[in-house]
Ligand binder design. Structure first.
Ligand code: ADP
Ligand code: ASP
Ligand code: MG
Length: 407
């Protein structure tokens, strides 16, 4: 008898019919002789709606109250799903994050899972229930509800799979698995049968939001092998696990795009030597997440430093940097550029193959696409492009690596 964790995302429970579909799938899995834990997201659109309501009330709602509000989205869907299972003659119980024993710490709206005490889950399993846990939420030591960041039900599922030592962990969504690029952007994209944790992590954190990046980090840490699958069919999906030698044979495995990027440049820096520390400290103190960083010194001795960030952080970054400009010399000034996007290519095979960057930038140049800042890791190359060009850029690079031919 296997212990199975199945996570269903918002689009998989987006309507009552879809909730019934999930109910049927969970009951089938139990009927096949498994013990079943489900982790469920809010119905698609509900989390955004709740956040929208909060912002109608006030511009900057307190994060504690936001958590209180948005966590209700998952409570609706788990209860409805258990009703659907009951209606079909099955036995299920819904649990909030707190009832499931998910203990969190850190900040509201981006809580971290500290520990899981799955006693109640096992009790319910032993009584023959399908256990339906609300994703995206946990409880802090002081009893407050924490949510786990957007896409956080993936994190709930991986953490629960690790805590209960599940035999199988499946993440069900609205596409057949992880593709060589978002299939809504590149029609020729192919499903990738097997990916390493590192590749999935680089893809997720560079814009392939099919999995939440933090959940992949956790899966790697605890060695949770998981499969991304489609909730509307029984096709095999993408298995994400430790790297193996077969994965290295392909240089590029996937392409990610991330929209809504902005660039900030501080130019005319003449003093002091530690200007990078001053700039980055100001941004860190304002809790601004920056991504690519480029610094250089022109022949006249003036330095400039540029970095990219999500558009939503641009205003706060400008405010934080204005305060330190006087410390960077009399001519230091800020320039900003919105309307950018980031394109990344990912693959563990890059470690042992040269010429990947040349192929990327040749493909982009041939397509007439202007590139901007560039950043690399051992298994990723990223560049900024104009937002209007990003889909064309993704298709050009996808074709240049023949990713449509699959592996
Ligand atoms: P869920 O509601 O199940 O959590 P998400 O919307 O978070 O689903 O993730 C699924 C979506 O991720 C797909 O519909 C697809 O458009 C998008 N996506 C982005 N990049 C990829 C990729 N490389 N492979 C598959 N899907 C991707
Ligand atoms: N409902 C939450 C969100 O929309 C969590 C999730 O779906 O994973 O971000
Ligand atoms: Mg998701």
């Amino acid at each position: 008898m296997a212990l199975v964790v199945q996570k269903y995302g918002g689009s998989s429970v987006g309507t009552i019919d879809r909730i019934r579909n999930v109910a049927g799938r969970l009951m089938d899995t139990q009927r096949e002789g498994n013990r079943v834990i489900a982790v469920i997201s809010a119905m698609s659109g509900v989390t955004d709606q709740l956040i929208g309501l909060a912002h109608q009330v006030m511009e900057n709602p307190p994060e504690r109250e936001l958590d209180m509000l948005v966590s209700t989205g998952e409570q609706q869907s788990v209860a409805l799903l258990c009703m659907a299972i009951a209606e079909m003659g099955g036995k299920a119980i819904s649990l909030t994050g707190a009832q499931a024993g998910i203990c969190t710490y850190g900040s509201h709206t981006r809580g971290r899972i500290g520990s899981i005490s799955p006693g109640k889950i096992f009790e319910a399993l032993n009584e023959g229930h399908i256990v339906v846990c609300a994703g995206f939420q946990g409880v802090a030591e002081d009893g407050d509800i924490h949510t786990l960041g957007r896409g956080g039900s993936d994190l709930s599922a991986i953490a629960l799979a690790a805590a209960v030592k599940a035999d199988i962990c499946r993440i069900y969504t609205d596409v057949d698995g992880v593709y060589t690029c978002d299939p809504r952007v590149v029609r020729e994209a192919r499903k990738i049968p097997c990916l390493s944790y590192e590749e999935m992590l680089e893809m997720a954190s560079s814009g392939s939001k099919v999995m939440q990046a933090r959940s992949v980090e956790l899966a790697k840490k605890y060695g949770v092998v998981f499969e991304v699958r489609n909730s509307m069919n029984n096709n095999s999906g993408t298995i994400v696990q430790e790297e193996n030698s077969a994965m290295e044979s392909l240089t590029v495995r996937g392409i990610s795009i991330e929209r809504n990027q902005a660039r900030v440049t501080v130019s005319g820096i003449t003093a002091p030597v530690a200007y990078t520390a001053i700039i980055l400290t100001a941004l860190a103190e304002a809790e601004i997440n920056i991504d690519m960083i480029v610094a250089n010194t022109a022949h006249d001795g003036r330095a400039r430093q540029s970095f990219t960030m999500n558009m939503s952080e641009l205003g706060a970054a400008q405010a934080a940097l204005k305060g330190v400009l006087p410390m960077l010399g009399p001519e230091a000034r800020l320039e900003t550029e919105a309307g950018l996007a980031k394109l990344s290519v990912v693959g563990v095979g890059m470690r042992s193959n040269s010429g990947v960057a040349a192929t990327v930038f040749r493909a982009l140049a041939d397509a007439g696409i202007v590139t901007g800042m560039i950043a690399t890791s051992e298994i990723r190359i990223s560049t900024t492009v104009e937002a209007a060009d990003v889909e064309r850029a993704a298709r050009a690079v996808h074709a240049a690596f023949h990713l449509e031919q699959g592996s």
